[in-house]
Design a protein around this ligand. Structure first.
Ligand code: ASP
Ligand code: MG
Length: 429
């Protein structure tokens, strides 16, 4: 796979046929979970160096460490100052970079570690969910050109005033992609404990297949619907800056992983549907008997938004006798809060009732191919009807059709749809 990396425009040719590339590799907490595993990471990095590539490594804290740090702060206060919380949470990654640099040096690979503040990765001041504003990549380049592997702490940055910030849980993915974008790397490789992105969760459908490629748009749909392979912000970032992003296993020697592409695959065999995504965490609210007149949707959803509640699907049925029903879904954790908000709104707009339905889930078929293939929705609905699964809500986009069904049908729905769309068939690579 390494030989297939495209060379950079200014890359130096080595004596052999290998073209030198600049690669950013990110290793997650599981890959960094013990001294033994850190040694394995070092070996993998060394292999790339031996082939002449320049390597920047981004690491997470050792598995469990960030949770341990959060628990520690909770023993001292239930209302930590966000600034100091980030000071504590960022330390896990500092340990990781130092340990990996030592492990690399121990096997004869020149390496230098940097915290986010040292690089520097400039962010805004939104502690615990900071956004990256810029990266000073010149010193990294100088280190690489001097023959070093550069090891950078994931998940952290520094704001204008010099305060340490963190990027949100799972944020090391975003550090990796941002560095790849800033350095115009040939590829950003995310090493994790799965060997790629699957057509659906293999724990539900054992026949699920690893995808060779998936587009950014599809990945965003899959990620936001519960496949937790990548932090969603990193995917958005990669799409925006056209970073070549690959997800691979750090426990496999030679896997190709899944490449996340900008373009639709040109393969003849490309299926219409790429995957089945799902989300268990759906609850539905119906405001019954609202007046069918302008401004009602705003009067209902305005206060919901003001309460900081995320709304997913929205449906208003056709009015009859001047009244309509207005339904939408929220995360289950927000259900009680939403009902409270709407009980107040109900009186103002003169609605009949507010009904809540907790035990729902969302199942979606995702694929860029569907915009050029009619009949996907019909096939999905037929497949569910054969199983007697009642569809409670439907929403569609260019590349996704989602249905809300009772949660007890989740596994069944995912399984029959996976089969109906031929996702369990082997495909020639
Ligand atoms: N260590 C941080 C976390 O556990 C960041 C990361 O792993 O990407 O969320
Ligand atoms: Mg992660």
């Amino acid at each position: 796979m390494f030989g297939r990396l495209p060379g950079r425009a200014n890359s130096k040719q080595r004596s052999g046929s290998n073209t030198m590339a600049l690669i950013v590799q990110k290793y997650g907490g599981t890959s960094m979970g013990s001294p033994e595993r850190i040694k394995n990471v070092a070996k993998r990095v060394a292999k790339f160096r031996a082939q002449g590539h320049q390597v920047v490594v981004v690491v997470s804290a050792m598995s469990g460490e960030t949770n341990r740090l959060i628990a520690l702060t909770k023993e001292l206060t239930t209302t930590p100052s966000p600034r100091e919380l980030d000071v504590v949470l960022s330390t896990g990654e500092q340990v990781s970079i130092g340990l990996l640099a030592l492990a690399l040096q121990d096997i004869g690979v020149a390496a230098k570690s940097y915290t986010g503040a040292q690089v520097k990765i400039l962010t805004d001041s939104a502690y615990s969910k900071a956004r990256i504003l810029g990266i000073d990549e010149a010193p990294i380049r100088a280190d690489l050109d001097a023959g070093n592997v550069v090891v950078v702490a994931g998940f952290q940055g520094v704001d204008e005033r010099g305060a340490i910030t963190t990027l949100g849980r799972g944020g090391s993915d975003t550090t990796g992609v941002a560095l790849a974008a800033a350095l115009k790397a040939d590829e950003c490789q995310i090493y994790t404990d799965v060997d790629g992105v699957y057509t659906t969760d293999p724990r539900i459908v054992p026949e699920a297949k690893k995808l060779d490629t998936i587009t950014f748009e599809e990945m965003l749909e899959m990620a936001s619907l519960g496949s937790k392979v990548l932090q969603i912000r990193s995917v958005e970032f990669a799409g925006k800056y056209k970073v070549k992003l690959r997800v691979l296993s750090s426990f496999e020697e030679d896997g190709e992983g899944t490449l996340i592409t900008v373009e639709e695959s040109k393969k003849m065999e490309q299926p219409v549907i790429s995957g089945i995504a799902f989300n268990r965490d759906e609850a539905k609210i119906t405001v019954v008997g609202v007046p069918d007149q302008p401004g009602i949707a705003y009067q209902i959803l305005g206060p919901v938004a003001d309460a900081n509640i995320d709304v997913d699907m929205i449906i208003q049925n056709v009015g009859r006798d001047g009244l309509a029903d207005f339904s939408f879904t929220v995360g289950r954790g927000d259900l009680d809060k939403t009902v409270n908000v709407l009980d107040r709104v109900k009186a103002v707009i003169g609605a009949t009732a507010v009904e809540a339905d907790r035990n729902l889930c969302k199942v979606s078929v995702v694929g860029v191919g569907m915009h050029s293939h009619p009949g996907v929705a019909a096939k999905m609905f037929q497949t569910l009807s054969v199983e007697g699964i009642n569809i409670r809500m439907i929403s569609t986009s260019e590349i996704k059709i989602s249905v809300v069904v009772e949660e007890k049908y989740l596994e069944l729905a995912v399984r029959v749809l996976h089969k109906a769309f031929d996702l369990d068939l082997d495909r020639a690579a």
